[in-house]
Design a protein. Structure first.
Length: 328
């Protein structure tokens, strides 16, 4: 099978490429990535595999996308501006990559009659009190990031309904694991704790997210690639809801660091309190389930960052010390 992966130099895309080529050595994967925030060329630098090729390019560019889509079987669209805080300070790149980029991919899959898997997010449903969002739950995005992802979903749905395109939407909760940008919650805490530096925590630290180990997410996408139904959407959760402060304490505990490193700072505007997905559909219909407990995934993630200092050597964790740049 030939896959066009977009955003493959980022966190989830790079894990997906490595994992897929290991599991399915006959697959041919082309990766288009513009090298924007979240990307790291080191993610796939060691990948010497004739079945893999990289094109530096922007998914907004219809000509490049059209050409690549014509030579693939399935497009898996990971490419996105993914950083909530950045979307608050400047929404424009999010409109460009996440909506205009989506449009150019949809035009190409329509023209060449190819299949699309659109990687979306639980954030499209906004903050929830005690319930969990199932696949048909109404959208209620809070940040420009979440709104851009919801917009992309709407476009996909319209191309399925109007042009009979073959597309599936996946919505995942917070991923963690190797190769995630140190701007994001878990790597940032690990790197600051490693250097015995203060760990800023937004608000009360009680915000809740569901967490899934990135390789579980990759397996869910592969399951959807083989068994997912055209026009459907699938929620993907780790069934692992935890608040931020508990996560920070768990990391400090595993690393043998003092809780004194934690310090609380002003909350970010529009900070959603809780995301929660009902993911029974993928569990029951496609028989996928997450395999990593949070403890096992966290230990593996911490070991990876400790053993791969070279990977983040030139990346600052101090980019914005007013707090976490991200609650992921
Ligand atoms: N990280 C999570 O917890 C999470 C959860 C749910 C959904 N998602 C979704 O999964 C996808 C991947 O997330 P991630 O955490 O790996 O993000 P990331 O920021 O680590 O990687 C995104 C990649 O996309 C590339 N990119 C962005 N805009 C592009 C463009 N216009 N053209 C080409 N490449 C472009 C970037 O260069 C980067 O390599 C995103 O669509 C995100 O919305 C992420």
């Amino acid at each position: 099978m030939r896959l066009l992966v977009t955003g493959g130099l980022g966190f989830i895309g790079s894990n997906f490429i490595l994992h897929t080529l290991e599991k399915y050595p006959d697959f041919k994967i082309t990766n288009i990535d513009a090298g924007l925030p979240g990307s790291n060329v080191k993610n796939l630098a060691r990948l010497k595999n004739k079945k893999y090729s990289y094109v530096k390019g922007n998914i907004i560019n219809k000509k490049i996308v059209d050409n690549l889509v014509s030579r693939t079987d399935v497009v898996i669209n990971f490419a996105a501006e993914s950083h909530v805080d950045r979307s608050i300070s400047d929404p424009r790149p999010f409109i460009d990559s996440n909506i205009v980029g989506m449009y150019s991919i949809l035009e190409a899959i329509k023209k060449h009659k190819k299949k699309l898997i659109q990687i979306s997010t639980d954030e499209v449903f906004g903050s929830l009190k005690s319930d969990s969002a199932h696949e048909k739950f109404p959208f209620n995005p809070s940040s420009p990031y979440a709104a851009s992802k919801a917009s992309a979903e709407m476009l996909v749905k319209s191309y399925v309904t109007t042009y009979d395109c073959d597309a599936i939407i996946t919505r995942c909760t917070n991923n963690y694991g190797p190769r995630q940008s140190p701007e994001k919650l878990i790597p940032k805490v690990i790197l600051l704790a490693e250097k015995n530096q203060k760990i800023p925590i937004y608000g009360t630290g009680k915000n809740i997210r569901d967490w899934i180990f990135v390789l579980d997410h990759c397996d869910a996408i592969l399951k959807i690639l083989f068994k997912g139904k055209k026009g459907e959407s699938y929620n993907i959760a780790g069934k692992n809801e935890i608040n931020n402060i508990t996560i920070v304490k768990k990391i400090l505990n595993i690393m043998g660091k003092s809780k004194e490193l934690m310090h609380f700072i002003k909350d970010r505007p529009g900070h959603d309190f809780r995301y929660s997905l009902d993911s029974e559909k993928i569990y029951n219909e496609l028989h996928w389930k997450s395999t990593y407990s949070f403890e096992k995934g966290l230990e593996r993630t911490i070991s990876w960052y400790i053993e791969n200092k070279e990977w983040y050597k030139n990346i600052s964790t101090k980019e914005n010390d007013s707090g976490f740049l991200e609650t992921r």
